[in-house]
Unconditional design. Structure first.
Lengths: 274, 330
C-alpha cells in the first residue's frame, strides 16, 4: 500500500475522481441542470461551494456530474483509439507487403491534415452526439499507435521464437494471439492511459468551442464554453472550477502514464517512442 | 555549399513522396463529404440561399456539380476545379474560398511566428537552466511546472490570461488585432498592434513551451554524455563553454525537425487562440466555418492546412539533412 502511494500518486487522485463520477448523485448538493433564475452569478458560498452560473445552476453539482461525462468520453475514446491502432498496426506489421504499404499510406494521408482541423470538419458534417464525438476523436488519434504497433510487430516477427513457430506450421491467428499480442500488451496499456488524457483534453476543447458534447449535458468543456461570457464581467468561478478539474484529471492520468511507461517499457528507446 | 549527389537524390526522392500524398488527401477530403449526410448543393451555396432558390436553378447547380454522375466522375470533376484554383464558394462570406484563406493567412503567420519564437527562446533558456545541473531544485521545479503546463488546455490558459491581464489588471486589450478606432500616427499605430498581439502570442507560446522544454532538456542531457563532451572536459574547457558551445549546438540540430513536426499543433493552437481573442486569421476562419456549417470553407481549410504540413515536413527533413552531415539518406 505504501508502495502504491509513493509510485502512483496519479492513481490515488484518479480513484477519488472515479468515486466522484460514480457517486455524483449522492455527493451533489443540487440538481445539476435545475435553473434557478432568482440566484444567477453567485459567488462561492456555503450553500453553493463553487458558486452559480448565469442561470443560477449550482456549479459544484455541475462539476461533479461533469466528471461522469468527461471520464466516459475520455476512456471510451481512448479504448476505441488504441483498439483501432492495434488492429491496423498488427495487420500491417504482420502481413507486410502490399497490405502494409496500403495501410501505411492511409496513415500518412490521415496524418496530413492537422488533427484539430480534421476533427472540426468531422463534427460539423456528421450529426453531433456523445458517440459521434467519441468516434471523431478515435478516427483522428489512432495513427501514432498504429505506427508504433506496426514497427514493434515487424521486429517481433523476426525473432527466432516467432520464426520457429511459423516454420513449424503454426496458423497466423495462433502466432498473432500467442506470440505477438502478449509482447504488445504494454504498448496497449500505456497508450490507453496517455490517450485518455488526450481524449479528455480534446473533448473539452471541442465542447468549449461549442462543437462537442450537446450543450444540455454538463461536461467541463461545455461549462467553460458558457464561462466565456462571464470572463469579461470579472466572474472567475465559472472558469476556475471546471478548469481546475480538467487540469487535475489530465495531470493525474499523465503521471500514471509516465509511471507505467517507466515500469513496462523494455528499454529507453521504447520509452521515448511511447 | 556544394550539394553532394547523395543529398540531391535524397531531396528528390523525398519530394517525390508528395504527389501521391496530395492525391490521398484529396480522396480523403472528397470521401468525408461524399459519405456525410450533407447535401452537396447546400454545401456549395448554403442553406439560406438554397431555400430561396427556384427548383430549376437547383437542378442547374446539380448538373454543374455533376451530381447525376458516379462518384469517381464527381471526384475528377472536383479535382479539376481544385487544380484550377476554384476551391468553391464560402457562403458565410459570399466569396471564393481560396481568396478568403490567402487573405487571412498573413495574420495567422504573424501571430504564430511571434508566439512560436517566444516559445522556442523560453524553451531553450529553461532547458539550459535545467540541464546545467540535473536534479537541482530549479530543474525539479521546472520539470513539475512543465507537467502542469502540459496538462493545461490552451483555451483554459487563454481564458485565465484574459481574466487576469485584460479584465482584472486592465493592462492589455482582450480581442482583435487593432483597436476599433485605429490610431493614426505611425508610432501609436504600431504600439497598438503590439499591445494587441501580446496576450494571444504569449498564450500560444505557453501552450507549446512544455514540448520544447522537454525536448531541449533531454537532448542536452543526452549530449552531455557523449564522447566529445568528455574530450572537451579532458582538455580542461570550463563547463559554460562545454554547455553552450558544444552541447547546445548539437542539441539544436534535431530541433529543426521538431519545428516541422509542430506545424499541425501550431494550426490547432491558432484555432483556439484566434477564436478566443478574435484574431482575424485562418484559425478564427475555420471556427466560424464550423459553427455555421460552411462546408466549402472547411474543405478548403483541410486541403490548405494539409499542404502546409506536408511542405513543412519536407523542409524540416531537407534542412536537417543539409545541417547534419551524419544523416544517412535512406
Amino acid at each position: 500500500m505504501e508502495n502504491i502511494r509513493r509510485s502512483y500518486p496519479g492513481l490515488i487522485v484518479l480513484g477519488i475522481l472515479a468515486v466522484i463520477a460514480l457517486m455524483a448523485p449522492l455527493i451533489s448538493t443540487h440538481d445539476p441542470v435545475k435553473v434557478s433564475l432568482g440566484e444567477p452569478d453567485q459567488t462561492p458560498s456555503l450553500n453553493h461551494p463553487f458558486g452559480t452560473d448565469y442561470l443560477g445552476r449550482d456549479l459544484f453539482s455541475r462539476v461533479l456530474y461533469g466528471t461522469r461525462v468527461s471520464m466516459l468520453v475520455g476512456i471510451s475514446a481512448a479504448a476505441l483509439t488504441v483498439f483501432l491502432g492495434l488492429l491496423i498496426g498488427l495487420t500491417a506489421g504482420y502481413f507486410g507487403g502490399i497490405v502494409d504499404s496500403v495501410l501505411m499510406r492511409l496513415v500518412d494521408t490521415i496524418y496530413s491534415p492537422p488533427e484539430t482541423i480534421l476533427l472540426m470538419v468531422l463534427v460539423t458534417i456528421f450529426e453531433r452526439n456523445v458517440w459521434s464525438i467519441i468516434l471523431a476523436i478515435a478516427f483522428t488519434h489512432w495513427l501514432s499507435t498504429a505506427r508504433l504497433v506496426r514497427s514493434e510487430t515487424l521486429s517481433i516477427r523476426q525473432r527466432p521464437f516467432v520464426e520457429s513457430a511459423i516454420s513449424l506450421g503454426a496458423k497466423d491467428s495462433y502466432v498473432i494471439f500467442r506470440h505477438i499480442m502478449p509482447n504488445l500488451l504494454y504498448i496497449a496499456v500505456v497508450s490507453v492511459t496517455l490517450m485518455t488524457a488526450h481524449a479528455i483534453l480534446t473533448e473539452s476543447f471541442l465542447s468549449f468551442l461549442g462543437l462537442g458534447i450537446p450543450p444540455h449535458l454538463p461536461s467541463w468543456g461545455n461549462m467553460l464554453n458558457e464561462a466565456q461570457r462571464d470572463i469579461m464581467r470579472g466572474i472567475w468561478w465559472t472558469t476556475i472550477f471546471p478548469g481546475l478539474m480538467i487540469v487535475i484529471t489530465v495531470l493525474s492520468i499523465n503521471l500514471l502514464g509516465e509511471e507505467l511507461k517507466t515500469r513496462l517499457a523494455p528499454n529507453r528507446e521504447m520509452r521515448a517512442e511511447l | 555549399m556544394e550539394l553532394d549527389s547523395g543529398l540531391a537524390r535524397y531531396i528528390i526522392r523525398r519530394a517525390l513522396q508528395i504527389p501521391p500524398l496530395l492525391f490521398g488527401i484529396t480522396i480523403l477530403a472528397f470521401l468525408i463529404f461524399y459519405l456525410s449526410p450533407v447535401n452537396p448543393v447546400v454545401a456549395y451555396l448554403g442553406m439560406t440561399t438554397v431555400q430561396k432558390m427556384p427548383a430549376e436553378d437547383i437542378a442547374k447547380v446539380e448538373e454543374q456539380l455533376g451530381l447525376d454522375k458516379p462518384a469517381y466522375e464527381r471526384y475528377l470533376l472536383w479535382l479539376e476545379h481544385i487544380a484550377q484554383g476554384d476551391w468553391g464558394f464560402s457562403y458565410i462570406l459570399k466569396r471564393p474560398v481560396l481568396d478568403v484563406i490567402l487573405e487571412r493567412f498573413p495574420a495567422t503567420l504573424l501571430l504564430t511566428f511571434t508566439g512560436y519564437g517566444l516559445s522556442m527562446v523560453l524553451g531553450v533558456v529553461m532547458g539550459l537552466a535545467s540541464a546545467k545541473r540535473e536534479g537541482s531544485p530549479l530543474d525539479r521545479f521546472l520539470h513539475h511546472l512543465n507537467y502542469i503546463l502540459y496538462s493545461t488546455p490552451t483555451f483554459l490558459a487563454a481564458l485565465l490570461a484574459m481574466l487576469v491581464f485584460a479584465v482584472w489588471l486592465g493592462w492589455l486589450p482582450s480581442s482583435r488585432m487593432i483597436s476599433v478606432n485605429e490610431p493614426v500616427t505611425f508610432w501609436a499605430y504600431n504600439l497598438d498592434r503590439i499591445r494587441h498581439i501580446i496576450l494571444p502570442a504569449s498564450v500560444l507560446a505557453v501552450s507549446h513551451l512544455a514540448v520544447f522544454y522537454t525536448y531541449i532538456r533531454s537532448s542536452l542531457l543526452e549530449a552531455m554524455r557523449e564522447d566529445y563532451i568528455v574530450t572537451a572536459r579532458a582538455k580542461g574547457l570550463d563547463e559554460r563553454t562545454i554547455l553552450y558551445r558544444h552541447a547546445l549546438r548539437n542539441s539544436l540540430l534535431p530541433f529543426v525537425t521538431q519545428i516541422g513536426l509542430a506545424i499541425p499543433l501550431l494550426i490547432g493552437g491558432s484555432v483556439i487562440v484566434e477564436s478566443i481573442f478574435a484574431w482575424p486569421g485562418i484559425g478564427k476562419l475555420t471556427y466560424d466555418a464550423a459553427l455555421r456549417a460552411d462546408y466549402m470553407l472547411l474543405m478548403g481549410m483541410t486541403l490548405f492546412t494539409s499542404l502546409l504540413v506536408i511542405i513543412g515536413n519536407l523542409m524540416a527533413d531537407v534542412a536537417y539533412a543539409i545541417l547534419d552531415p551524419r544523416v544517412k539518406y535512406n
